[in-house]
Design a protein around this ligand. Structure first.
Ligand code: URA
Length: 186
């Protein structure tokens, strides 16, 4: 069993896939590791790579607004990504890069024991639920795996590209808030 500090040190020395060669910073996570609510994106973008903090660019600013819309903020949740290094030109992480990195995320689950995991976009859903997962068809579903509820929704970058999806994302977020209340997490 690692502490988050020990895990961070492990990640900060990782060479398990090629992505570390192009990175500026490893991006481990942000927010409250003691929270029971986790948000998982895809991988760091340019600004995240520069700062070492997930979701600080344009998509991150929208994520902050999405959190605020259901009375959450970075002190109340933990935010991380499927891969901890920026893929070149923000391409999707490749299956072998996800396979190399996924144990770090599993350790983050072990440390946090999240009750609700909000999956942001298809990369996170496909890595954690089903390689064929369709976010268009299944966003907003509440998927129980053992004692954890997974709730998929659109990635904020997808909402920036297609604002028409924001209405659906808002419905998903209302499901997240309802479950938080039902479980007495806030
Ligand atoms: N997109 C992601 O999936 N993660 C980040 O940290 C930033 C943008």
């Amino acid at each position: 069993m690692y502490t988050i500090e020990q895990l961070t040190e492990l990640i900060d020395n990782c060479t398990l896939c090629e992505l570390h060669k192009g990175k500026t910073h490893y991006v481990v996570g942000d927010g409250n590791i003691k929270s029971k609510i986790m948000f998982i994106g895809e991988g760091p973008g340019e600004q995240e790579d520069v700062s070492g903090v997930p979701f600080v660019g344009k998509a991150g600013q929208l994520l902050d607004k999405m959190l605020a819309s259901i009375d959450l903020d970075r002190e109340k949740v933990y935010i991380c990504n499927v891969v901890k290094c920026r893929p070149p030109k923000n391409r999707n992480p490749q299956p072998e890069e996800i396979a190399a990195c996924i144990n770090y995320l599993r350790w983050q689950f072990t440390i946090m024991k999240p009750k609700i995991i909000v999956l942001l976009g298809s990369v996170a859903c496909q890595a954690l639920l089903d390689p064929k997962f369709s976010i268009t068809k299944r966003h907003g579903e509440i998927i129980q795996v053992k004692k954890t509820l997974f709730i998929p929704t659109y990635h904020p970058a997808a909402l920036l590209r297609d604002p028409a999806k924001k209405k659906e994302a808002w419905e998903d977020l209302k499901n997240v808030r309802a479950k938080i209340n039902e479980l007495g997490l806030r």
